[in-house]
Structures are given as structure tokens and as C-alpha cells.
Design a protein around this ligand. Structure first.
Ligand code: GDP
Length: 365
């Protein structure tokens, strides 16, 4: 019997015949189409037209670790390069709570209202590990996220700082080719990522707070030295005087630093992101800096130096990758590491052996 439960000995139990095919609960589920994939030329065409969906997909490829994605991404970047470079790139840093998202929202709206197109990118190599705020996240920039002229992209997910930064650097190229004339690169002002941001922006803005007693707030001296402008946020209500005092202290501190390479004297301003006070002045400062450095040649000099920096970064990254993914290296490395840990060979001998093995293998391959 097909259904023994229907035997008369099982009282009160009946199994129905049932139907062949259960209909899907959501009739539309089946219709869901797979995301269309594009050829590199289609990507480039879409990006140059300013198509945000295609731009987003291209950025996803840039961020992907898969080899075939990287191949397409690199071709797209190369084709976009002649159309890139025309934006003003601004790095924005500050400790968590300094008001970066609030400020980027109002800075961004200030620019959009003037007819600019803005891309907000981020570098936060720790975002995935710490589960902290993912920089550049749309939900943190409420007004901007509703604007069609704003493209907000969170930090590429955690990885080596060099890797994360390079992806953001490449994303800048795509955004510029798509017509974004201002690029913000946001980062948390506590670690190493500032150097990476500094090496891809024209202007470096440091957001600070007043009245915490220790005015340097864990901001490393090196970060202050990189800043082309220091802006003290939350200059509102009872905090105005404290903010002014902090500004004076920062100005004094800046005098102790050696003059900057650009010839520009970094400025210190106070503002309130929340109450939208002093925003225009910050933008005027950035415009003034751009005009100043374009005139004295530093703007182009710095961009060239940055291009050189990224060439070496890419070489280093690729070499490291090729080395560690080399099958011969992969198979011998754990054993060699053990030998070093057991004091059987020195670190230097171990390193030399691994490099020799690698060179032998690539010359054969
Ligand atoms: P982030 O961590 O640097 O991105 O900082 P947020 O933008 O999230 O701001 C941290 C907190 O400071 C939030 O509660 C904001 O509402 C507040 N805040 C930001 N800007 C201002 C400001 O100009 N004045 C005041 N009083 N509070 C602000």
C-alpha cells in the first residue's frame, strides 16, 4: 500500500494523495533574473554615460578577490583612465564620534547644491573585524544618500591596508570617469590608513573636537602634520568658546611643525556640522588651497608623485601575491616556518631559501 497510514487500524489518520508539484510560495521567485554581466567595453560605455548601476557593479569587480573579476576590472580601469583625473579629491579623517558622517552629509549637500557631483568612498581596513561603523555607509549620510548626484560606497571589506587602499584608489578612477567632480575619501583618524588616504587625495582635512582636555585626542602628530586644514566640529551652544580656544591651540601647535612642502600654511577653522554653521568657509579654504597649489605647480607635482607611489604599491602587492600563491612556496612554507620556530634555521636563511625556491620555480614555469 502506498500509504500504510490509511490502513483501517490507524483510526483518525488519513493521508491524502497529494499533488505532483508544490506551487512556489512566491510566484515571482522563479522570475528573478540573474544579474546581467557586462563585457569590459559595456562597463566602460555605461560608466562614461554616468550609469550608477553599472558603476556600482564595476566597483564590485574592483573589490573582488577573484582572478577573472580582477582581469575585467583592470581592463575597465585602463579604459577609464583617460577620462579620469579631473576631480578634486579630499581626504577626511577624525576619530570616531568627531562627526565625520554628519559633516560629510552637510559638506556633500553644500557641494550638490552648487551643482557638483560627489562620490564618497572610504578606507577602513578594520571595519569587518571590529564590526564597527562601516565608513562611507549610506545610512550614516541621510541627506546625501537620497541625492542622485551622490555616490556613496562603503569601505572595501577588511584585508591588508595596502589592498583595501588600492581598491579605493582604483574606484576613484571609475567615479571620475563617471563624471563625479568631487571625491571624498573618509577614514578613521587613529591608525595607518591616513598615510594611504594622503597618498590619493589633493587636500587632507582633519576633523577635531574641542573640550576633551587632551586636544590631540589620540590623533598622532604625524596625522596633524599631514593635514592641509584642521576643522573643529561641534562649535555650537556652550561649546563655541571651547572650540575657539582649541582652534588657537591647534594654530600654535602647527607653528611648531616644519613648513609644508606645498608652501601652504594649514588653516584651522571652527564649525558645526549639526547646525550647518561655517561650512561655506571650509569649502572656501579648500578652493583656495586648490587654486594656490595649481598656481605654484604643487598640485600636479603631488599627483605625479602619487601616481609613482601607486605604481610601486601595485608592484609590491603583485609580487607578494605571486610569491605566496606560488604552489612550490605554498607547499614548503609551513615546514620552513616550523624550522624557524624550532630554532633549526635562522629567519634570514629561511627567507633566502624560500625566495630561491620561488625564483627557481618561476624561471622554470
Ligand atoms: P563619526 O563617528 O565621526 O562619523 O561621527 P558622527 O557624525 O556619527 O557624530 C557623532 C555624534 O556627534 C552624533 O551623535 C552627532 O549627532 C554628534 N554631532 C555631529 N556633529 C555635531 C555638531 O556639529 N554639533 C553637535 N553638538 N553634535 C554633533
Amino acid at each position: 500500500m502506498e500509504h500504510p497510514e490509511n490502513d483501517s487500524q490507524y483510526k483518525g489518520l488519513k493521508v491524502n494523495k497529494g499533488i505532483e508539484n508544490v506551487p512556489s510560495i512566491n510566484p515571482y521567485l522563479k522570475k528573478r533574473v540573474k544579474r546581467r554581466t557586462y563585457t569590459p567595453s559595456e562597463f566602460v560605455e555605461g560608466i562614461l554615460k554616468g550609469d550608477i548601476t553599472i558603476l556600482s557593479q564595476a566597483v564590485t569587480l574592483v573589490e573582488s578577490a577573484r582572478h577573472e573579476h580582477q582581469q575585467i576590472a583592470q581592463e575597465v580601469i585602463e579604459k577609464c583612465l583617460p577620462h579620469a583625473g579631473k576631480s578634486i579629491r579630499v581626504g577626511i579623517t577624525g576619530v570616531p564620534g568627531a562627526g565625520k558622517s554628519t559633516s560629510i552629509d552637510v559638506f556633500g549637500m553644500h557641494l550638490i547644491n552648487q551643482g557638483h557631483k560627489l562620490a564618497v568612498l572610504a578606507i577602513d581596513p578594520s571595519s569587518e573585524r571590529s564590526k564597527g561603523s562601516i565608513l562611507g555607509d549610506k545610512t550614516r549620510m541621510e541627506a546625501l544618500s537620497r541625492e542622485k548626484d551622490a555616490f556613496i560606497r562603503p569601505s572595501p571589506s577588511a584585508g591588508s591596508l595596502g589592498g583595501v587602499a588600492r581598491k579605493t584608489r582604483e574606484t576613484i578612477v571609475l567615479c571620475e570617469a563617471a563624471g563625479f567632480d568631487t571625491i571624498f575619501v573618509e577614514t578613521v583618524g587613529v591608525g595607518q590608513s591616513e598615510t594611504a588616504v594622503h597618498s590619493m587625495v589633493d587636500f587632507f582635512l582633519l576633523i577635531q573636537l574641542a573640550g576633551t582636555g587632551d586636544e590631540l585626542q589620540g590623533i598622532k602628530r604625524g596625522i596633524m602634520e599631514m593635514a592641509d586644514g584642521i576643522v573643529i566640529n561641534k562649535a555650537d551652544g556652550d561649546n563655541i568658546e571651547k572650540a575657539k580656544l582649541a582652534a588657537t591651540q591647534f594654530r600654535n601647535a602647527l607653528h611648531l611643525f616644519p613648513p609644508s612642502e606645498s608652501g601652504w600654511n594649514p588653516k584651522v577653522l571652527t564649525y558645526s556640522g549639526y547646525f550647518n554653521i561655517g561650512i561655506k568657509e571650509i569649502w572656501d579654504m579648500i578652493d583656495e588651497y586648490i587654486a594656490f597649489t595649481k598656481k605654484n605647480g604643487y598640485f600636479d607635482y603631488k599627483r605625479n608623485e602619487q601616481a609613482k607611489y601607486w605604481m610601486y604599491e601595485s608592484i609590491n602587492d603583485t609580487l607578494r601575491d605571486t610569491f605566496y600563491h606560488n604552489p612550490a612556496v605554498e607547499s614548503v612554507l609551513p615546514g620552513t616556518e616550523r624550522q624557524v620556530l624550532n630554532n633549526e634555521i635562522s629567519s634570514f636563511v629561511a627567507a633566502k631559501r624560500m625566495i630561491d625556491l620561488f625564483l627557481e620555480n618561476i624561471s622554470r614555469g
